[in-house]
Design a protein around this ligand. Structure first.
Ligand code: NAP
Length: 248
């Protein structure tokens, strides 16, 4: 039997990149999959069709993770459609990079809303359900820059550092109900988010990666699958870096 057989997972931002890889890995492991997207309905449809080949139930929902009321409606709908919810992966995220002197209030607010407030939104409504069923695993996709910081990414780094504090606090709040909450800090993963970086930035990153290469989304997904499963039953409140040893 696959290690997530019979479970239901909700992944935010599953239409592309790391989120799509996570959705696929959890489906391979036997989990039913609910995932969200915002602006890529065709890509979401492609992912949903691909995942159905794993003989699990798959549904894609258009929902803005940064919208509190939309998150409430989403969680209710997923529980109604699937009959439960066991695993939440807060993956949706954006970048709006700029040096602090040039950063607009809008760039700051958007990144904090999408990357950090979304995690509060989804976790709040999912935990209410997980508490009643007295089990669950929440995995937040933060970033190594939330630990090390990065010039030109003060908004993004602050949102990702905020996710780490949130993860550790929630782990303490819900542990007595057999709910675990962990974070994964990817380093430099090949997705549309990193394709926009200039060559100099990429070269600088590569110089500092002992494994000497970028990672694929599937390598982050493998870590998510472990933290989602009962094989990590004594792990909570932790940040697992998937970064090739990167030291910024
Ligand atoms: P990506 O390729 O840009 O994909 C982002 C995903 O998030 C898309 O599915 C997008 O949906 C969704 N999304 C964006 N805003 C949303 C919103 N408001 N509500 C719901 N969904 C939303 O990004 P990625 O590289 O896969 O990154 C995934 C996560 O990993 C992010 O949290 C990112 O910060 C983190 N991360 C990435 C790297 C990296 O090197 N790539 C490193 C560290 C951490 P639509 O396509 O429908 O708009």
């Amino acid at each position: 039997m696959s290690r997530l057989s019979g479970k239901t997972s909700l992944i935010t931002g599953g239409s592309r990149g790391i989120g799509a890889a996570i959705a696929e890995k959890l489906a391979q492991e036997g989990s039913h999959i609910a995932f969200t997207y915002l602006s890529s309905p065709e890509k979401a449809q492609e992912v949903a069709e691909r995942l159905k080949s794993y003989n699990v139930k798959v549904m894609a929902y258009q929902s803005d993770a940064s919208d509190h009321h939309a998150a409430k409606d989403l969680v209710s709908k997923v529980i109604e459609d699937f009959g439960g919810l066991d695993i939440l992966v807060n993956n949706a995220g954006i970048t709006k990079d700029n040096l602090i002197l040039r950063m607009s209030e809008e760039q700051w607010d958007q990144v904090i809303q999408v990357n950090l407030k979304s995690v509060f939104n989804l976790t709040k409504f999912t935990v209410a359900h997980m508490m009643r069923q007295r089990k669950g695993s929440i995995i937040n996709i933060t970033s190594v820059v939330g630990v090390f910081g990065n010039a030109g990414q003060s908004n993004y780094s602050a949102s990702k550092a905020g996710m780490i504090g949130f993860t550790k606090s929630i782990a303490k709040e819900v542990a007595s109900r057999n709910i675990r909450c962990n974070a994964i800090a990817p380093g430099f993963i090949e997705t549309e988010m990193t394709h926009v970086l200039d060559e100099k930035t990429k070269e600088n990153f590569l110089k500092n990666i002992p494994l000497g290469r970028l990672a694929q989304g599937s390598e982050v997904a493998d870590a998510v699958s472990f933290l989602a499963s009962d094989q990590s039953s004594y792990i909570t409140g932790q940040v697992l870096s998937v970064c090739g040893g990167l030291n910024m």
